[in-house]
Design a protein around this ligand. Structure first.
Ligand code: SF4
Length: 163
């Protein structure tokens, strides 16, 4: 089973969402927020001349040529922790290949950069997370949803709370 950075991010934000993603239930990508996010990301990548690499056929990583760092571009700093774990996971994937890099999360519209590096504690936590993700994906039915403040903005809202 191939675990991706996005799965790690969803594990941290919502395991029901993780289950949907892993089972190929993908929301429509025409949401206004997603479009804005994609535009910001494309502009940044063009300006900074990032390079994309795929690790283990499953993890797509953008590299900042000028600094030799992994970079993740985000629209806002909301829901920071799950997004940071996505980046940590990229660093772990690279480390397992013998490549030790630093990373940065860039939020262009807020002119913010968050530096990210892997620590032994985070590494151990990610190993545990990988095992738990496998268990979640093996479930035959979606994980029972737990209501969160951001559910109303989630693309899976109707699937979780239609009744
Ligand atoms: S609507 Fe809420 S519970 Fe359902 S997948 Fe989205 S965030 Fe998770």
């Amino acid at each position: 089973m191939r675990i991706t950075g996005l799965m790690v991010q969803y594990y941290k934000s919502c395991t029901t969402e993780l289950w949907y993603l892993a089972h190929g239930i993908i929301p429509q990508q025409e949401d206004e927020n997603l479009r804005i996010g994609r535009f910001i990301e494309e502009q940044y990548k063009k300006r900074e001349k990032t390079r994309n690499v795929i690790v283990d056929d499953s993890v797509s990583i953008d590299l900042l040529n000028s600094l030799g760092e992994v970079v993740e571009i985000k629209k806002s700093k909301k829901m920071n922790e799950p997004k940071l774990y996505q980046l940590y996971y990229y660093l772990l994937k690279l480390k397992r290949k013998g490549i030790n890099l630093q990373a940065r999360m860039v939020i262009p519209i807020e002119r913010k950069t968050i530096r990210v590096s892997l620590t032994p504690e985070i590494e151990r936590e990610l190993e545990k997370i990988e095992k738990e993700i496998v268990q979640i994906i093996k479930e035959k039915k979606p994980i029972e949803p737990i209501r969160k403040p951001y559910c109303k903005k989630c693309s899976y809202y109707e699937l979780c709370w239609s009744d």
